[in-house]
Design a protein around this ligand. Structure first.
Ligand code: BTN
Length: 253
C-alpha cells in the first residue's frame, strides 16, 4: 500500500507547525498509541495511520475490527483549548462526511452511515498535561467490502460510492479539512456547523431508544451538539457520552 504521506503533510502543516505524518504497518490502536505518547511527554501534533490495528477501540469500550487494506484507521493528536468541548465528535463527523460524499449521514454522536449501514466511527479522547489539554481524534472507515461475520448488522463500505478510492486517497481527502475543522471548533465551538450536521442527521424525526431505556422521537441537535429528544415527559436534551441510541424497531402489524 502506498500512502501519500508527503502530500498529506504539505496540506496540513501550514495549519499545524511541527506536524508529522506516520504510517505503521501494525499497532494495537492508533488512539491508544497517541495517548501513550502524550502521557510519555511526546506532544508534537501527529497523524498516525495504521495498516492494521490489533485492538481497535470504539465508543463505550467496544472493539473496532478491520482487516489489512479493507479500512482506513487513523488518529490525529494535537493540543486544543476550546472553551466548550461539547459537540466535537459531531464537528469531526461533519468534516469527514463533507470530504467524502454527499450520501454520508451522521448518527449522533459519532457514527458515519451510508445507505442505511454503518460506514465508520469516531473516537475522541483527551489528556491533560499541566494546564494544556491534548486531543486524540480517531477515525475508522470501512473502505472495501468484507465479510459481515460476527457483526449484528452488515456494514457499509466506501467503495459503494467511491469505487477504486483506497485508504490513502481517502485520508488525503479527509486530513487537511479535518484539522481545519478541529481548529475552527477550538475558536467557535459546534454552533457554526449545527446546520451542516442537520443536513446529514440520520436520526432526525425517527423513533429512538436510548440504552438507559428512554424512548422518544429525535428532533435534531442543539447548538452544543446535544441530541434533542421528544419524549412523553417533554423535550429532553441528551448529552451523556455514556448512552447509545438505536432506532426503535417498527411494530409488527
Ligand atoms: C465507534 O464506532 O464507536 C468508533 C470507532 C473508532 C475507530 C477508530 S480506528 C482509528 C482509531 N483507533 C481506534 O482504536 N479507534 C479509532
Amino acid at each position: 500500500m502506498i500512502w501519500p504521506a508527503e502530500a498529506i503533510w504539505e496540506a496540513v502543516y501550514p495549519q499545524l507547525p511541527d506536524f508529522t505524518v506516520e504510517v505503521l504497518p501494525q499497532v494495537d490502536s492508533t488512539n491508544s498509541e497517541l495517548m501513550r505518547r502524550i502521557r510519555a511527554g511526546q506532544y508534537e501534533p501527529t497523524l498516525l495511520v495504521a495498516e492494521q490495528q490489533t485492538a481497535g477501540r470504539g465508543r463505550l469500550g467496544r472493539a473496532w475490527h478491520s482487516g489489512v487494506g479493507d479500512a482506513l484507521t487513523f488518529s490525529i493528536a494535537l493540543p486544543l483549548a476550546p472553551a466548550d468541548w461539547s459537540g466535537l465528535s459531531l464537528a469531526v463527523g461533519v468534516s469527514v462526511a463533507a470530504s467524502l460524499h454527499p450520501d454520508l449521514q451522521l448518527k449522533w454522536p459519532n457514527d458515519l452511515w451510508l445507505h442505511g449501514h454503518k460506514l465508520g466511527g469516531i473516537l475522541i479522547e483527551t489528556a491533560g498535561v499541566g494546564d494544556q489539554r491534548y486531543v486524540v481524534v480517531g477515525v475508522g472507515i470501512n473502505i472495501a467490502e468484507r465479510s459481515a461475520d460476527g457483526l449484528a448488522t452488515p456494514p457499509a463500505w466506501l467503495h459503494e460510492v467511491l469505487p477504486g478510492v483506497d485508504a490513502g486517497q481517502a485520508l488525503l481527502r479527509i486530513a487537511a479539512p479535518l484539522v481545519q475543522a478541529v481548529k475552527a471548533f477550538e475558536l467557535a465551538g459546534f454552533a457554526p456547523v449545527q446546520a451542516q450536521f442537520a443536513q446529514r442527521d440520520l436520526l432526525q424525526g425517527r423513533a429512538v431508544t436510548l440504552s438507559d431505556g428512554t424512548v422518544g422521537t429525535a428532533r435534531g441537535v442543539d447548538a452544543h451538539g446535544g441530541l434533542l429528544l421528544h419524549t412523553a415527559q417533554g423535550l429532553q436534551t441528551v448529552t451523556s457520552a455514556e448512552v447509545s441510541v438505536r432506532p426503535t424497531p417498527m411494530e409488527q402489524g
